[in-house]
Design a protein around this ligand. Structure first.
Ligand SMILES: C[S@@+](CC[C@H](N)C(=O)[O-])C[C@H]1O[C@@H](n2cnc3c(N)ncnc32)[C@H](O)[C@@H]1O
Length: 445
């Protein structure tokens, strides 16, 4: 399709998407299985992680009364890059680090940009329904589609409610001799109304010559570069990407830096606001929201992404959250262990010794080299493929309550040998096993 045809098509895409969004709002709900994590007081729905297509998640939220309740939505959807994204897992085997690369998520579109824009437009319409009257939405894109999406979002949110286009500039490897190296992304910001949350953030502005001006009533500061004042943030943000050696790095190819999300969250939400990200990826928005005392909603349809989010959340301060999954629970005894169990009134002490993990290779997308690396690990240390262990019990058929979490850190599962749980002895305990490929299983203990 040529550009003129595409521009002509934009109003049609918006109209069709409005009809589709209405159908979704009035249609049937998806059924979700529920997993409560660290939720001892059964604090209903404080933070939510949907493991599904975000269209089902948004429909579910609207039917649960979240319409006009979300103060901030940040989305970082696929950019129409026409590429598949690889996820890299590090595993130590015989003291040697092995990288295993597998499929992460796809950004390829059979029917081209029209299909991409249709996908995004209907979702943006649903997001508007969820935004509170004081709410804002940040839409993270790049040069490939930002100009088309700007026209669509002007139609959805109203050109008058367009607040900013933020340029996120970064350094990263790769340059070109044929064009200027592309080192920025574009973030479109809209508010739902004119009465929106906005907490101006400050940035350093270095004095000319890095020397003090000593103007009256102007506060000046000094750091290792020189003298500066603090000014309100401008719309060009220079923030480093998550680099190879960064402590934040989780191996998710399109992981965004916490600093970027922190600016957005502090600017456009307050403590206890609900902050949502419907293309959650590695969970950066949820993590930063949690660290800054916001409630959060995240969603991703990829297995790897959901697995990473579980682990990252387990490593952050342990706020309760609920996973809503529109797949059935899968019962398979893949983890082999020995167990000693001591019951003391209402408390039971469990001592697990994990022996072996029978990873299911049939659903994992691996090339020859990665398969061979993986086979090595399976032979010598299959437990290194476990990313997350949960221990809990069923409240009812569709509701699992996880009260203990063990996480893989760096490249091995860290778990105290003794796990103490205060659980009535009548409850049947289950193990939640998640491997590095995001495959999830339940086993009876
Ligand atoms: C660019 S990544 C987001 C990265 C994220 N900002 C981070 O910091 O890790 C986009 C994500 O959107 C997810 N995704 C794409 N289409 C989706 C859909 N319809 N519903 C839910 N998730 C989707 C992909 O699986 C991918 O993880």
């Amino acid at each position: 399709m040529n550009e003129i045809d595409l521009i002509r098509l934009l109003p049609e895409i918006v109209e069709k998407s409005r009809i589709q969004a209405n159908k979704i709002i009035n249609g049937n709900n998806s059924k979700f299985n529920i997993e409560r994590i660290n939720d001892i007081n059964q604090e209903e729905n404080r933070n939510l992680l949907y493991k599904s297509d975000n269209i089902h998640a948004m429909k579910d939220l609207l039917s649960k009364g979240y319409g006009s309740k979300i103060d901030l939505i940040y989305i970082d959807p696929p950019f129409y890059s026409k590429a598949d994204y690889i996820h890299r897992i590090e595993v130590t085997n015989d003291n040697e680090k092995k990288g295993i690369e597998t499929f992460g998520y796809t950004d390829t579109w059979k029917d081209g940009i029209k299909e991409y824009l249709e996908m995004l437009t209907v979702r943006l319409i649903l997001m508007k329904e969820l935004l509170s009257e004081k709410g804002s939405i940040y839409i993270h894109l790049d040069y490939r589609t930002v100009h088309y999406v700007k026209i669509i979002t002007d139609c959805i949110f109203g050109g008058d409610n367009f607040l900013n286009e933020i340029i996120w500039a970064y350094k990263s490897g790769g340059t070109s001799n044929k064009y200027f190296s592309r080192k920025h992304d574009n973030i479109l910001v809209y508010t739902k109304t004119k009465d929106y949350i906005f907490n101006p953030q400050k940035e350093k502005s270095y004095n000319r010559g890095f020397k003090p001006y000593r103007f009256k009533n102007v506060k000046e500061y000094e750091d290792e570069v020189g003298w500066y004042t603090l000014v309100n943030l401008k719309d060009v943000w220079q923030i480093n990407m998550v680099g190879r050696t960064s402590k934040e790095r989780v191996g998710y190819r399109t992981q965004k830096p916490e600093n970027l999300l922190e600016r957005i969250i502090l600017s456009s939400s307050n403590e206890e606001s609900i902050v949502a990200d419907f293309f959650g990826g590695s969970g950066t928005t949820a993590i930063v929201a949690q660290k800054n005392n916001r409630r959060w909603i995240s969603c991703d349809m990829g297995h790897i992404s959901a697995g990473i989010m579980r682990k990252r959340l387990g490593q952050t301060n342990k706020e309760p959250y609920t996973i809503l999954n529109n797949h059935d629970f899968l019962w398979e005894d893949r983890l082999i262990y020995e167990l000693d169990k001591e019951i003391n009134h209402d408390t039971a002490i469990y001592n697990f010794r994990f022996k072996e993990y029978n990873v299911d290779l049939s659903k994992i997308d691996l090339n020859k080299k990665n398969r061979s690396n993986l086979e090595h690990v399976i032979k010598s240390n299959s437990i290194a493929l476990i990313d997350y262990i949960g221990l809990g019990y069923f409240e009812n058929k569709n509701e699992l309550n996880i009260q203990f979490e063990g996480l893989r850190s760096q490249d091995r599962l860290i778990i105290d040998n003794d796990i103490e749980l205060e659980v009535s002895s009548t409850k049947e305990l289950v193990l939640r096993v998640v491997d590095v490929f995001g495959q999830e299983y339940l086993q009876r203990v």
